[in-house]
Design a binder for this molecule. Sequence first.
Ligand SMILES: C[S@@+](CC[C@H](N)C(=O)[O-])C[C@H]1O[C@@H](n2cnc3c(N)ncnc32)[C@H](O)[C@@H]1O
Length: 254
Amino acid sequence: MREHRADYGFDGDYRVVPAPAVAAITATTCTALLLTAARLAPRHRLAALAVGATGAFMTITAAMFIRTTRIGKFEVWAQLLSGLGLRGDETVLDMGCGRGAVLLAAAKLLPRGRAIGVDIWRADQTHNAESNTRANAELEGVADRVELHTADMTNLPFPDDSVDVIVSSLAVHNIPGRPARAKAISEATRVLRPGGRLVVADLAETTSHVRQLRELGWNARRRNLGWRMWWGPGMSTHLVTATKPAAGGTAGIG
Ligand SMILES: C[S@@+](CC[C@H](N)C(=O)[O-])C[C@H]1O[C@@H](n2cnc3c(N)ncnc32)[C@H](O)[C@@H]1O
């Protein structure tokens, strides 16, 4: 269950169509399809079935999306963060922290540490803004240990080997262009300290991230995060985990 006081918005791409319009269009389309199917049913069974199935699919997709973005993501990341077994004095960097869903959950586990969020505050989440993330940190009672940077994760403003753990939730896929997405992973490998851990959850290209990390000699693994991170039927999220080798392993890819 959710244990947070702040509001972390809804994930999605709202750069062209704003979130209220997306919600209205989706609700109207689902309702229209289901009502049309009901009207067609008595006389045109096959057409009713096709229209009804489309309406049901869209409705289920919307419901799963809302559950994942508002509940499932928090449940899954709570487990992932607790699985890291943090001592509480580490530095954790969140690449593409948005309004702080993962960043602030990590901060709660770092009473003597630091939680650093990096973002360019794009409309990949509703009301995405540094000021909103800062307000959320206050609401969650962790503002004293949270640091926010307006920066691109393909060019992290941190020295080599300076961070204990890097997390990233549903953010790398938003970077345009495969080379730039690979650069974000490369930056993570540079900034992590030897022995530091990388935890990336995303919708796409996770197999490429694993390949890239293995080429550097990292013990990267990938797994499906299960139904709680489904964005629609079969639209799953995968997790990439890896530990930076104790000696070296930071050779980037450009
Ligand atoms: C779908 S939101 C996810 C936010 C947060 N990680 C979460 O799970 O709630 C994706 C985030 O990635 C950020 N983002 C996209 N491209 C980025 C880049 N090149 N550098 C830093 N952040 C980026 C967006 O601004 C947005 O906040």
